[in-house]
Design a binder for this molecule. Structure first.
Ligand code: IPD
Length: 287
């Protein structure tokens, strides 16, 4: 490719930073925007305004690139091989509505449908995660991820695991997720714990960053979208992590697949994936 990835990356950061105080200064209102499909799939006017701001800036500078954004996506829209900016203007909208500061602008670039640049900015804490394929991933542009050299992954019972309930609270996929959550939370037959702990930060993008940092070992979710994971995917992979499918059996899901199992860097990744897959009862239909 003859694209200047570094220049695009720097511009993506600039644009995200310009949008940041639009989020921190906002009073979250769902008024005109409301619920997308149910009472827990929230969208605020700020989500829409930030998407507009960022997409306008991107298309002015890179008019030939495609764009996919959470707030303008229409069912049936397909990711193509063209360079595509993939944006979640506010990942963690429910947190944002509650003024919980675990919120991020998640902006990725895909080339040939592969996540290639990732920018994740928490505007409340001014924390920036960024990566370009092949060039490592960074916290605040200077600190390389993971934050400490990765220890080997041994078994799930030494892992801190992130999961999310998402906005889907009924049906097959809810049942598959809840059964697995219960198994992860329960004791093992020998009385030991199945995992060290379970976390739900409320932002897929920041969950992926936590795994990239190394302070969460595993993140498992079905139901999120390309814009929730595109940027985090690059950041995680560049930190030595891997992304497999939340459904057992598929080691290399596509970005549009909507089912993800992320594991931090370190030896033993495949064993952890297989141990978790063995717990999943049923199959997710999403994707
Ligand atoms: C959601 C968040 C949440 C995850 C959902 C996502 P949004 O994104 O990342 O943590 O569980 O699957 O859709 O709606 O806040 O942009």
């Amino acid at each position: 490719t003859d694209l200047n990835l570094q220049e695009i990356h720097d511009f993506m950061i600039e644009v995200a930073q310009q949008a940041a105080d639009r989020i921190t200064s906002a009073t979250p209102t769902t008024g005109a925007a409301g619920n997308k499909k149910n009472s827990v799939d929230l969208v605020t006017e700020t989500d829409q305004a930030v998407e507009k701001l960022i997409s306008t800036a991107l298309s002015t500078k890179y008019p030939s690139f495609s764009f996919m954004g959470e707030e303008t996506y229409k069912p049936g829209d397909k990711l193509t091989d063209a360079p595509t900016f993939i944006l979640d203007p506010i990942d963690g909208t429910t947190n944002f509505v509650h003024r919980h500061p675990t919120v991020a602008i998640s902006l990725g670039l895909s080339l040939s449908r592969k996540p290639t640049i990732g920018i994740i900015l928490n505007p409340f804490t001014s924390t920036l995660y960024s990566a370009i394929t092949g060039q490592g991933s960074f916290l605040n542009r200077t600190t390389r991820l993971p934050l400490t050299p990765p220890t080997p992954l041994t078994t799930l019972n030494t892992c801190l695991v992130a999961v999310e309930w998402g906005s889907n609270r009924s049906g097959n996929d809810f049942a598959v997720a809840s059964r697995t959550f219960a198994k992860l939370a329960a004791a093992k037959e020998d009385g030991g714990a199945m995992v060290h702990g379970i976390r739900s930060f409320g932002s897929a993008a920041l969950n992926l960053c936590a795994v990239a940092c190394g302070w969460v070992d595993v993140y498992w979710e079905a139901g999120c979208w390309a814009w929730d994971v595109c940027a985090g995917w690059v950041i995680l992979e560049e930190a030595g992590g891997i992304v497999a499918d939340a459904n057992p059996g598929n080691w290399s899901p596509r970005i549009e697949e909507r089912r993800y199992l992320a594991v931090r860097g370190g030896s033993g990744q495949k064993d952890i994936v297989e141990e978790l897959w063995a717990l999943v009862e049923g199959r997710f239909e999403v994707g």
